[in-house]
Each structure stands twice: as C-alpha cells, then as structure tokens.
Design a protein. Structure first.
Lengths: 258, 335, 379
C-alpha cells in the first residue's frame, strides 16, 4: 500500500501558540483516513499546512513522494490534492452548474483553453455529479440561496468535479440534517471506492467517522495522540480522556489545555 | 540634483529646517490618520472623505479668524441675497451675525472647529455612514468618495479656489544665522497636537464611551448582547473622528495652507500612514505620520515642488508594495 | 378607429414578439448599429456628444470586467486611458518629428502632415496606444494584484493619481502644458465624423468581444474569483493569470479609446484630458453601478442613462453640477447598488433562467424506468 500523503514532523506556531507540534501522519492510497480531536487540537491547521495555505515552520509534507511544503495552494491543488472548508465555500452568485463547470481540473489549462467554451459532455458530467449529490433540480438556482446542507453537498460535488487524487474534507457532516447523513456517508464511500479518490476526513461526529474511516488519527494539543483502526481508537483511554477533558497526557509531561 | 549637494555638503544645516518642517505637519497628519484608523477599526468604514473633513475644519478656523467676514459666494444663490429676498426676518439676523462675528484667533477657533465638526460628523453618520456599515467594503469607499466630492465642491463654491492661511500673528525665529527659520505658531501647534492626542487616547482608555468603542471594535455582536448601544457607539466614533479631523484642519490652516481641493491628498496621506502602521498601532501611526511629513518635505526640496504631491502617492504605492512582500511570506494577500 | 394611430407600433411589437430569440437579438443590434451610424447625419450638432457617449459605454464596459465580473474594484482604470492617449501622441509626432523639439516649442512649430502621413501615424498610434496600455497593465498588475478589497481600490487610485503628476513633470511630452496633436488634413465635418465612427467601432468591438469573452471559461473563472478568490485558489485556478489578462483587456480597449479621444479633442494635457480621475474615472464606476455591475448590458444602459442625464442637465446647474454628481454617487451606492439590470434580475429571476428544474434527475425517464424494472426483477 502506497502512501499518498506523508506528513513528517510538521510544526506550525501562531505567535506563542504551537498549533501543530511534530506531527507525522500517513494517508494511504484509496482509503479513507479519519482525523479527530477536541476543539483547538490543530486539525484544521494541519489541513492548512498540508494544502499550502500557510508556510510551515518545520517538517516535510510529501504528496505522492513529492515534497510540497514549499508550494502554493494553487500548485498543490493542480497536482490533485484538494480540500473543502469547514465553513462551506462555494461561488455564491453563480448557479450550481456554473459552480461545477469552473471546478474542472486546471492542471492542463493552457492560454488557449482559457478562452474556449465548455463542450457538452463536460456539462453532462457536471449534471451527473449534481444528480449524484441530489441537487439536479436546483442546478439553475443561484447557489448562495441554497440551504447550508445543500451548499455543503455542492461543495463536495465541486471537489469531485476537480478529479482530485486526494480530497481533504473538513467536517463534511457538520450542519447537515441528521436524516441525510447516512446518504452522505454512502456517497463518500462510493467516491472512494468507485472514483478512486483517497479521502482524509476531519469529523466530530464519532459514529460517522467510525463507520467511514479505515484508520483514524487523533490529535490533541497539536500532537498526534493516537493512531489506529476505528475500534482501537474507540477504546483508547487517552482518546476518551481527551474528549472528556481529563489530564490525558500526564505521562507525556504536558499539562493539557487548561 | 543640485539641491542634494546643497543639503549634504554646502549647507547641512538645511536638513534641520526640512526635518523640523516635516515633523510639524507630520504630527498633524498622524492626528487625521488616527481618526481614520479609529473609524476603520471600529466600524470597518474606509473613509475617503477624511481629508475633506480636515480641510473643512481648516476653513472653519480660518473663516472665524478673518476680520472681514467673507460671505459665502455661491453662484446664483448668494446666501445673503437669498435671505434678504425670501426671509425678511433674516436681515437683522445677518446684521447681527456680522456684528457678532469677531475675528477669533485660530487657536481659539480650534475648539469651535472641533465642536462644529463633531455635529457635522453626527449628521453625516445619520445620513450616509449608518447605511453603509453592513455593506461590502467598496460601498463605504465609494460613498465616502462621493461625500468627498460634495464637500470639496461646496467649499469651493463657498470660499473660492484660493489657497488660504489662518494668520496667527506670532513671531518667526531664526537660527543658524537665518538658515533655519521656525514660526512660533508651529511649536504651539505641535504641542496642541500632542495634547489633543493624549486627551483622545486617555478618553479611549478610561471613559465609559471609550471602553464601549473598543468593545464594539472587537466584537459588535458581543457588545450588543452586553447591552451596548452599538449604533450610538458608531455615531459617536464617526463624530469623534470628524472632530479630530476638524482639529487637525485648524492646525493645518495655521502651519500650512488649505484649499478646497487639497483634501484628497490628506486622505491619501492618512491611508499611507494607517497602511504602514497597521490598525490599532498608535506609536506606529505617530512614527509613520512624522516620517511621512519629513519625507514629503525632503522630496519637495530635492525633486522640486511639482513632485511633492507625487511623493504622497508614490509612498502609498511603495508602502502597499512592501506590505504585499511581507504578507506573501505568510502566503497571504493584503486585505 | 382610435386605435389606428397606434396600430403600426402594435404590429411592430407583434412582429418582434413573434421572432425567435436569435432573430430578436439581430434586430436589436441592427437597430442600435443603424442608429449609431446615422446619428452624425441626423443629429449633426450633437456628433461630439454622441461620440462621447460611445466612449462612456466603452468605459463602463471595461470597468465592469474587473469591477463587476471579477470583483476587483479599481479606482484607477482611467490611467490606461491617459497612457493610450500619450503613447498615441508620441507615435503620431515621433514618426516624422523630434518629439522633444516639438513639445519644447509648444505649438510654435506648426506641423502639417500629408493625409498619408497623418493616417499612418493615427493608425499606428492607436494600435500602439492600446498595446502600450496593455503592457502598463501588466506592470501595474504586478504591483497591485497582491492587494485585496479596499487596499486594491486605494492602490489603483494611487496609480491613477501618480500618473498625471509624473507626466506633468516630464518635459519630453510637454509636461503640464500638454501637446497639440497634428492637424487633421481635411474639413472639420469630415474630421468629427471620422472620430465619431472610430468611437462607435471601438464601443461595438468592446461589447462584442466581452459578449464572447463572458461566454467562455474565462467569464466563469473571473466570476469565481469575484465570489470567492480563496476558494478558487484552493481549486487550483490560475487566478493571477486571469486577473492579469482581464486587466490587460480592459487596458487595451481603454488605451484605444484614449488614443482616439485625444485626437478628437486635438490637444492633450495630463490633468483634465488624459487622467481625469475625478470625472471620467469616477463616471465609469457610477455608470456601471447605475446600470447593474456584473452584467453585460448593465454598463451599456447605465452609461447611456448617465450620459444623457448629464448632457441635458450639466449646463443648467450653475456650478452645482459637481455637488449633484457627488450626491448622485452617494445615492446610487447607498440605495441602488444592484443597478437597473441587477434589479430586474431580482424581480424577474425566471427571465434569466434562474428556476427549479421540474425534471427529477439527470437520467432520462427511460433510464429510471429501466432501473426500476431491474430492481423489481431483483426482488
């Protein structure tokens, strides 16, 4: 099994706060990897560090064996490493289809192709993917007027349109109607199995991540606290303590958040 | 470049003159910039009419200081004629005003300018600013640009396009055998600017209103939940800014010159200073303000008066460029 | 038979209504083009004013590329207008004379060009003006495109304010005193018509080019940058490339219009003619906002409306016109920001195809039926 993303010893500090401290994480190809941890444990910062949103202080990030820690967001995205946002971000004044069309991969874009129209098969693909997430009927509405959950689904569809090799999802089920969550889990799984997209998912909903992920990393205080299969993580006393707010890393000589 | 030689080998004493002159106006630039940063920080309004507020304050102090009242010469609508024709009661009113309007020394005109501008700021807030606070940032920029246009044109219609100076009548001192001359009024104005800054900062730190302003700046929602009337805080902040501008204008009218269309340059200066210093960085604002004043006088001397205005805009572009390079190290744009 | 008077109008209305959309579009463009071509003959006294209208439409359209479609509100686009104007003048004079000598004598050297010389100079000058403005756009772009929001607006304003100061201090092009352009080798009517048609052609060319441009990927890409640039970067969009090209296109057309406008006036100087930041520079924004920014027709409608109102009322305002302009800006910005077309879009979204599709799925009914039978069979 090859590793799509190899994070080694990544450290990122904001002022005096060390958000990521010597983090090492592997994301294997074709699998769904989970990332959990209490609020403020550095999950989103780690995502930002991986996709090049900010420069990291120390460490290395490799994508398919290639060092990407000194690359910019756009370059990394064009390599096929994409992320979605916790606060959903879509192009709010465009309609659903337009949102999809502009999300086509840009790695092979030339100056000539910038000025071409979209061929019908691309539009068809966009509509198929919108159908896949259940937004076909609303594809011509201004996407900023969709509900939060629908925007989240649209963002997911846009990410798939971009044909990423790896997709980093930041809390895909937050704010989504609980009755729709099972449908979303199915879609995430089929994206992974059918489209071959490697997923790396931040999730707070434990039951979701336990059914979804093949293996899980748990962060606390900017460090990797535990790593393993879902049932190992579920029964790991340190993880339970971290979520309940106990002094979980007493043996590491660290005093925790308070 | 003959002037460069003059500065560095023939008469280095001239440097003192340039630095002093720059510092005197720079302190006043810093004052207006502080007002801009205040409004920007508290209600996220980028006020492009900042310079016009300054110039307006200057005209108030100047108008109060002249012996012969210049009545407002608006074409087709001379106020005096207008009143006489349409409002017979106002004839005595005008006469009374003319009688009562003593020539006030501009230093005494300064508090008057502040009070008037505070009221003006309140009116402008209620008319325009309160409607643009929640809108996107270009709205406030463009709305205040329109306001700037209105103010400068009204000043032009009222007082004409001539350059004006409020005469203070103080002595001018010479040093180094006449190579360096400094008017007393400049020292006085520097001290006044300093006092004003201390008063404003103290007010912001210790008064109830000042605390409410700072709380609103940090989080308006939370402030509202805690019972702060944010609408009133905004109105007060903008009025306070107008008053600060009024004071700056009164000082400018004494140590430098005012003209209806000089406002834009003052606005740009305020933006340069705030951009260089960053929001909420008072020492930075003071240093950047003084620095800008000195830089302007140097470039005016070395490059010639034609390019003195250019220095301001050039510095703006430069500062923005430097900020971009700084930000790009964090892979962030300047926003 | 009271209806008889109106019946031709009704007939025309019916005819237009009966046409298919493509045909209707052709009729519309044909009418505008016909009006534009015949205007200097029908309204001879207003040739200049109508020529300026075309320039205004061009202004509004080019401002909208960045301001409306891309969300980058520039206060300094007027710089390209002036740059195009000056480059054109330098080319026109420099082809046959020494520019420095010409400007130093400040009109004392009266140059007369043969028609051939004149038109060669004009044609080359206009092209050079457009391309030169484009080159400057790339340079300015490197300076200002790391800026966002208010900083971008202020930065571009700075560039626009700096340009006339620099030109004013540059004696080679006549400094603040300006340059008179070569005399037109022909009659005044012919001259005004020539420049009128150039303005007309450039306005139409801009419109046609942008109509095409907005229908390509480029249009969607700059819309995406407007809506959320960070997201667009996150999706791998070449944002800088799009921004640069968008600005260069705006600069190119502005440069062309500047070159023509300078020749139409016949005399150029930095503050009032070439870089009128507080007049044309602001007009272009107000026109866009009035008509509806971010739409193709909005700038055209806004420019027409604004220019007509301005031409009719300006002379009657006795010094108050600038105050009125300021008030107009404030009122437009504060109360009517979506503009006419934007308002229409809000009021009648279905006109613009913003609807819920009744079809349940991208699959055809037959596909669904087939799947249903399959699943029934499985049970």
């Amino acid at each position: 099994m090859t590793e799509m993303i190899e994070v080694r010893g990544v450290t990122k500090a904001f002022g005096g706060v060390i958000a990521n401290n010597e983090i090492s994480v592997d994301v294997p190809e074709g699998r769904i990897t989970g990332l959990i941890g209490p609020n403020g444990s550095g999950k989103t910062t780690l995502f930002n560090s991986i996709v090049g949103y900010h420069p990291i202080d120390r460490g290395s990030v490799k994508f398919e064996g290639r060092e990407i820690s000194d690359m910019r967001v756009q370059q990394i995205a064009r390599l096929g490493l994409l992320r979605t946002f916790q606060q959903t971000r879509i192009y709010s004044k465009m309609n659903g289809v337009q949102n999809m069309l502009i999300s086509l991969p840009h790695h092979s874009e030339t100056y000539k192709s910038m000025f071409q129209k979209y061929p019908p098969e691309v539009t068809e693909k966009a509509e198929r993917l919108l159908d896949f997430v259940g937004l076909y009927q609303k594809r011509l509405l201004i996407s900023g007027e969709l509900s939060f959950g629908q925007q989240k689904l649209l963002e997911f569809a846009m990410a798939l349109m971009n044909e990423p090799r790896v997709l980093l999802l930041d809390e895909p089920t937050a704010g989504i109607n609980p009755t729709l969550i099972n449908g979303l889990i199915d879609r995430l799984k089929s994206a992974s199995s059918e489209l071959g997209v490697t997923l790396f998912v931040i999730e707070h909903n434990m039951s979701v991540i336990m059914t979804l992920a093949d293996n899980i990393y748990c962060l606390a205080n900017g460090r990797v606290l535990a790593h393993g299969a879902p049932d190992e993580i579920q029964n790991d006393q340190r993880v339970i303590n971290a979520y309940l707010g106990g002094h979980y890393i007493a043996d590491d000589g660290d005093d925790g958040e308070n | 470049m003959a002037n460069l030689e003059l500065l560095f080998s023939i008469a280095p004493v001239l440097n003192i003159q340039l630095v002093l002159s720059g510092l005197f106006v720079g302190a006043i630039f810093a004052l207006a910039a502080y007002g801009l940063a205040l409004v920007w920080g508290v209600m996220n309004v980028k006020n492009l009419a900042q310079g016009e507020l300054v110039i307006m304050g200057g005209y108030i102090a100047w108008w109060l200081s002249i012996d012969v009242p210049v009545w407002i010469g608006i074409p087709a609508m001379d106020f005096r004629l207008f009143w006489i024709d349409f409002l017979p009661i106002s004839v005595p009113a005008v006469a009374f005003l003319e009688f009562m309007k003593p020539a006030i020394h501009p230093i005494l005109g300064l508090p008057v300018a502040m009070v008037v501008m505070f009221g003006f700021g309140w009116v402008i807030f209620k008319l325009i600013i309160c409607r643009v606070i929640d809108k996107d940032l270009f709205t406030s920029l463009l709305a205040t640009f329109g306001l700037a246009l209105v103010i400068q044109q009204l000043l032009n219609l009222a007082f004409g396009p001539e350059v004006q100076i409020a005469e203070s009548g103080f002595a001018i001192r010479s040093f180094f055998g006449g190579m360096v001359t400094v008017a007393d009024i400049k020292f006085i104005c520097l001290v006044l600017a300093g006092i004003l800054a201390v008063v404003v900062v103290t007010f912001m730190k210790y008064s109830r209103m000042g605390q409410a302003i700072r709380a609103t700046a940090q989080d308006p929602r939370a402030a509202r939940v805690m019972g702060i009337d944010t609408e009133r805080v905004y109105a007060f902040t903008f009025s306070l800014n107008a008053a600060i501008c009024g004071a700056a204008g009164a000082l400018i009218s004494m140590v430098w010159v005012i003209q209806p269309f000089y406002g834009m340059a003052h606005s740009i200066r305020a933006f340069v200073i705030v951009t260089a210093a960053g929001l909420g960085n008072l020492p930075g604002v003071i240093i950047a303000g003084l620095g800008l004043g000195v830089a302007e006088f140097y470039s005016g001397f070395i490059l010639g008066a034609v390019l003195q205005q250019f220095t301001v805009v050039g510095l703006l572009v430069l500062v923005l460029g430097v900020r971009q390079i700084q930000q790009s190290r964090h892979r962030q744009p300047v926003r | 038979m009271a209806e008889r008077g109106a019946s031709p109008l009704i007939a025309v209305g019916r005819w237009v209504h009966g046409l298919d959309p493509n045909m209707r579009r052709i009729v519309l463009y044909g009418c505008i083009l016909a009006a534009g071509i015949s205007a200097p003959f029908v309204f001879e006294a207003y040739t200049f004013a109508i020529a300026v209208l075309w320039v205004m439409i061009l202004f509004a359209l080019t401002w909208d590329i960045l301001g409306g479609q891309m969300g980058y509100n520039s206060l300094g686009n007027i710089a390209f207008f002036g740059i195009g104007m000056y480059i054109c003048a330098i080319v026109q004079i420099g082809l046959y004379y020494d520019v420095a000598l010409y400007t130093a004598h400040d009109g004392a050297v009266n140059i007369h060009y043969t028609p051939e010389q004149y038109f060669t100079g004009l044609a080359l000058g206009i092209v050079a003006g457009g391309l030169g403005a484009m080159a400057f756009a790339v340079v300015f772009g490197l300076i200002v495109f790391g800026l966002r929001g208010p900083y971008f607006a202020i930065g571009t304003l700075g560039v626009a304010l700096a340009a006339p100061e620099l030109i004013g201090a540059w004696d080679y092009v006549g400094g603040g005193g300006g340059i008179s352009l070569p005399n037109y080798p022909g009659g005044p009517d012919e001259r005004s018509r020539l420049f009128y048609y150039l303005c007309l052609i450039f306005a139409f060319a801009t419109f046609g080019f942008l109509k095409w441009l907005y229908s390509t990927r480029f249009g969607l890409a700059i819309n995406a940058i407007r809506d959320d640039e960070e997201k667009a970067e996150g999706m791998g969009l070449h944002t800088m490339r799009y921004k640069m090209i968008g600005w260069s296109i705006a600069a190119f057309f502005l440069g062309l219009s500047g070159a023509v406008f300078g020749n139409m006036i016949g005399f150029i100087e930095p503050l009032e003619v070439a870089f009128p930041t507080v007049t044309f520079g602001i007009f272009m924004i107000v026109m866009c906002l009035m008509g509806g920014k971010g739409t193709l027709w909005g700038p055209v409608i806004g420019a027409t409306l604004f220019h007509t109102i301005k031409e009719v009322t300006w002379a009657h305002m006795l010094g108050w016109q600038w105050v009125a302009l300021g008030v107009l800006i404030i009122v437009t910005v504060v109360f009517f920001q979506q503009g006419i077309v934007g308002w229409l879009k809000n009021a009648f979204p279905e006109w613009y195809g913003i609807t819920v599709d009744e079809a349940v799925s991208a699959e055809s009914d037959a596909d669904i039926a087939a799947r249903l039978t399959r699943s029934e069979a499985a049970e």
